[in-house]
Ligand binder design. Structure first.
Ligand code: FES
Length: 211
């Protein structure tokens, strides 16, 4: 049977590199693809002095193209500076893999988005974001697009899991449309806090669930 994949894609899919988690990561991302509902998680460890990526690991809940792309971009990013890693594009990753079928471009985009989001997460936690815009509802919504709804594998906004957002006196109040004793409530809360409590002008983030 003719395969639509290059030898390199098959090789990286069958023997992916840098798979797993990093204990106490400096940057994290969980990204979902609206195109297929698949998810990818990425962890980074950055050397504080040199700003070089000293370790990077990913887990893919996606297809062969996504696994191969996650594998190649983690290899490309490891040892590079965060500024260099930010420039890695899905097209570069696809080229490195010897091409991907056009219908699989979104799988490659998903992996690269996870890398960019993990770098942004690192920069935000370390006060490295240059444009310190005030936190508005729109900013909160943009950050929540990077919090996954574990039930659907898509973000909490697109799946209507967030029923209300308010900002009052530098405190963000978020209502989640999930019972407080739901098995996924703790992980949703943790991911929301992770994306918002490092905002430079925010004192506290309160996440409420249904009673
Ligand atoms: Fe979902 Fe490839 S089809 S990541």
């Amino acid at each position: 049977m003719n395969s639509p994949y290059s030898d390199k894609v098959i090789q990286y899919f069958q023997n992916p590199k840098n798979v797993g988690d990093i204990e106490d990561p400096d940057g994290v991302a969980k990204e979902g693809s609206p195109a297929c509902g698949d998810m990818v998680q990425l962890h980074l460890k950055v050397d504080e002095k040199t700003q070089l990526i000293e370790d990077i690991k990913f887990r893919s809940y996606g297809c062969a193209s996504n696994i191969a792309t996650g594998s190649i971009i983690t290899e490309m990013a490891k040892g590079s500076s965060i500024d260099e890693a930010k420039e890695i594009s899905w097209q570069q990753a696809a080229d490195e893999l010897g091409g991907l079928p056009a219908v699989k471009n979104h799988c490659s985009v998903l992996a690269v988005d996870a890398l960019k989001e993990a770098i942004r997460d690192y920069e935000e936690k370390n006060g490295l974001i240059k444009e310190q815009l005030p936190t508005t509802i729109e900013v909160v919504k943009e950050r929540l697009k990077h919090v996954m709804n574990p039930i659907h594998g898509l973000d909490v906004l697109h799946t209507n899991l967030i029923s209300n957002i308010e900002i009052d006196n530098n405190i963000i109040l978020i209502d989640v449309d999930l019972d407080e004793d739901h098995q996924f409530a703790p992980v949703v809360k943790e991911d929301i806090l992770e994306k918002l409590e490092h905002r430079w002008d925010i004192k506290k983030v309160k996440v409420s669930f249904q009673k």
